[in-house]
Design a protein around this ligand. Structure first.
Ligand code: HDE
Length: 715
């Protein structure tokens, strides 16, 4: 059995079994052509003499090269860079009153899932650590058909109407004349667009926060973004917002670190997810819902249909309704991660849409895009996309059709096929759209109830800790400093002032610009030809919300101290003291963290007691940005270790990025050569021979806090 197959610890996963019929194992097999003919030589083409021209009749070469020539398909227009994993979802069975969806009610089923995480703007080969929103798309292979929850790691969006999506994406993608910059929003066209789109301001606060540079895909929240509907057996509907809450907590890196990770390991997130699953550290999330009775649709001072707004958790708490575990890596990146096709319109009975105009547009876009990306309306037959529920209909033919439909009728009604396939009544599990009454004029207009663009932006900013607010200001300074057009920078300052005057001032200082006294008007562009401009003039944020702890990663009440799967660099030279090594290593491992030996060279080291230790990394091929904390274990020649420039840089970076740094007994000389000038510095721990468990306990406590933020103000 292959290692991957052992990863799936669930007793039965119907989707993995379904995929088995397409898996190909070459072990112990002959190489053949696509037609199954055994090949005796695929190293040399068929030639007229060993120095002569190649022969057209060489079907083996023709086939091999032709296939190669056509290996690529178009990458996704957005979310091109992604990583995915298989797993399962288990319901807690507490939402029967609100939804009839079987997979959310039957606690005896483990529903298979395939989850793809992504960045939005970058191309397929771009860095994982781009400052960007992360896609969080989950395909549930339920017994009633596929349900796709195609969300992001941020609960709101840049725009209110799908019609603006092409403009947003054209603005953020590399500029069309020179295709620069890759996977970055820090350029003129993006901020030109944003500075003219006040509705984007709430999302901008999130996108400039540390949420946009996660520590790990396993440490991100997920959100369905739009308001959806649950529908119960009686046909009663309840509005619902979906949330994914990660078991490992929500954590991020800092910007300087993100830049350095991009150089050191552009696959950092992909590797982290893959390795965790290979190691059996299966990432886990709980699915939560905010439920809002239909009668309360107009109770709030924001519109539930406006995707630039969230429902504060203090107003409507999140109820946990199930858990998801990712426990198996894909066997083949292209076949699974690349070919998977998500669609917010893939819903099952019990889940339905609302009139959110962004969601409505998405319902069109996702099938349409697969037609050019995957090339045919038969993309649902690709193994990773096909449902595990029985599938019968009168759709026929098309490129690459796999299904062999038997019988002569492919229309309905028919008698020749016995009237099959039948229509399913609601009682038989047929999907019946929610009977919402719609009675209105056709207009091209934005709803007036969508026009408060700044209050929730302010709510987000004001809910952050000081550290997080500082990071938002720095991010905006960085991004706008890369904008060449001064008018755009100024317009953005005006817009930020509508959210929070201090923030605008701080950003302005970094740009050497004063916040303009007057905001450039009008701010109600894009409301629609049929709308009344007077009713749409947005006002500055009026602080009507109380700060919400759930919006801050540092204040979040669900934050956890776990150090599970955290990576600690152990800096070791030849002759390192085994006593220095083993206590902390064991203590970390007991709590589920990993100690990685970083040695002078790839050959490893011998300890003072002669034990040989493998090097996981070297001073030359790694950097502290790849780890959560650093421990200087020491070396026999401590002066040489202290004088090593790579070691100094390693520690200095960890210090700058507010990581816990431990120094083993007799290694203080190393500290003295670094930028740390005070041994009592927060998060700098120095062991002596007597420290024993106290040192490990403190190291673990601080690691559990993720970062030593007290240090940041000093830096
Ligand atoms: Fe998407 N989006 N999107 N999007 N989106 C795509 O579909 C689109 C939006 C999201 O891992 C595309 O198959 C429009 C919001 C994710 O394969 C495309 C609009 C949210 C993924 C598309 C939006 C998302 C996509 C590109 C505005 C969060 C990656 C390839 C109306 C709730 C899924 C593809 C994966 C992918 C269109 C806005 C999330 C072109 C028109 C809001 C996670 O169809």
């Amino acid at each position: 059995m292959k290692k991957n197959q052992q990863q799936d610890k669930s007793p039965k996963n119907a989707k993995l079994e379904d995929l088995e019929r397409n898996r190909e194992y070459s072990e112990g097999q002959y190489n053949t052509t696509d037609q199954g003919v055994r090949i005796n030589d695929d190293h040399n083409s068929l030639k007229a003499g060993d120095r002569g021209p190649s022969l057209l009749e060489d079907f083996i070469m023709r086939e091999k090269i032709t296939h190669f020539d056509h290996e690529r398909i178009p990458e996704r227009i957005v979310h091109a860079r992604g990583s995915a994993a298989h797993g399962y979802f288990e319901a807690y069975g507490n939402v029967g009153e609100y939804t009839k969806a079987g997979f959310l009610n039957d606690t005896s089923i483990k529903t298979p899932v395939f989850v793809r995480f992504s960045t939005v703007a970058g191309f397929r080969g771009s860095t994982d650590l781009a400052r960007d929103v992360r896609g969080f798309a989950v395909k549930f292979y339920t017994q009633e058909g596929n349900f796709d929850l195609v969300g992001n790691n941020i609960p709101v969006f840049f725009i209110q109407d799908a019609m603006k999506f092409p403009d947003l994406i054209h603005a953020v993608k590399p500029e069309p004349h020179n295709e620069i910059p890759q996977a970055q929003s820090a350029h003129d066209t993006f901020w030109d667009f944003i500075s003219l789109m006040p509705e984007s301001m709430h999302m901008i606060m999130w996108a400039m926060s540390d949420r946009a540079i996660p520590r790990s895909l396993r440490m991100m929240e997920g959100f369905g973004v739009h308001t959806f509907r649950f529908v119960n057996k009686e046909g009663k509907s309840t509005f619902v917002k979906f949330h994914w809450k990660p078991k490992l907590g929500t954590h991020s890196v800092v910007w300087d670190e993100a830049l350095k990770i991009s150089g050191n390991d552009p696959d950092f997130h992909r590797r982290d997810l893959y390795d965790a699953i290979e190691n059996g550290d299966f990432p886990e999330w709980e699915l939560g819902v905010q439920l809002i009775p239909e009668e309360d649709e107009h109770k709030y001072d924001f519109d539930l249909l406006d995707p630039t707004k969230l429902v504060p958790e203090e107003l409507v708490p999140v109820t946990k309704i199930g858990r998801m575990v990712l426990n198996r890596n894909p066997d083949n990146f292209f076949a699974e991660t690349e070919q998977v096709a998500f669609h917010p319109g893939h819903v099952v009975p019990g889940i339905d849409f609302t009139n959110d105009p962004l969601l409505q547009g998405r319902l069109f876009s996702y099938t349409d895009t697969q037609l050019s990306r995957l090339g045919s309306p038969n993309f649902h037959e690709i193994p990773i996309n096909r449902t595990i529920a029985p599938m019968h209909n009168n759709q026929r033919d098309g490129h690459m059709r796999q299904e062999i439909n038997v019988g002569k009728s492919s229309y309905s009604p028919n008698t020749l096929g016995g009237g099959c396939p039948f229509q399913a009544k609601m009682a038989d599990g047929g999907f019946v759209s929610h009977h919402e009454r719609v009675d209105a004029h056709k207009v091209r207009a934005r709803s007036e109830s969508f026009s408060d663009h700044f209050s929730q932006a302010a709510l987000f900013y004001e809910s952050q800790s000081e550290v997080e607010q500082g990071h938002i200001a720095n991010a905006l300074q960085f991004e706008l400093s890369k904008v060449e057009t001064v008018d755009v920078r100024e317009r953005m300052l005006g817009m930020l002032a509508m959210v929070n005057k201090d923030l605008a001032k701080k950003v302005g200082e970094g740009l050497g610009l004063k916040v303009p006294a007057k905001v450039e008007k009008p701010l109600n562009r894009g409301i629609g030809a049929d709308a009344d401009p007077k009713k749409h003039e947005p006002k500055p944020a009026d602080n009507k919300y109380k700060p919400s702890k759930a919006l801050s990663m540092l204040h979040n009440p669900t934050i956890t101290d776990t150090i599970e799967t955290r990576m600690v660099a152990f800096i070791c030279g030849e002759g390192v003291s085994e006593d220095n090594l083993k206590n902390l290593k064991k203590a970390l491992e007991n709590k589920g963290a990993m100690a990685k030996i970083v040695a002078p060279n790839a050959g490893g080291i011998k300890t003072d007691k002669g034990t040989e230790m493998k090097a996981d990394f070297t001073f030359f091929n790694s950097s502290s940005v790849l780890f959560d904390a650093v421990y200087v274990a020491g070396a026999k020649n401590i002066e040489a270790l202290a004088d090593n420039n790579n070691v100094k840089e390693f520690i200095n970076n960890a210090y700058k990025h507010c990581k816990v740094i431990g120094f083993g007994a007799d290694t203080k000389k190393v500290l003295d050569k670094t930028m740390i000038d005070n041994d009592d510095d927060a998060g700098v721990l120095i062991a002596d021979k007597k420290s024993g468990d106290k040192f490990s306990d403190e190291f673990i406590r601080l690691l559990g806090k993720h970062r030593v933020w007290e240090r940041e103000s000093k830096l």
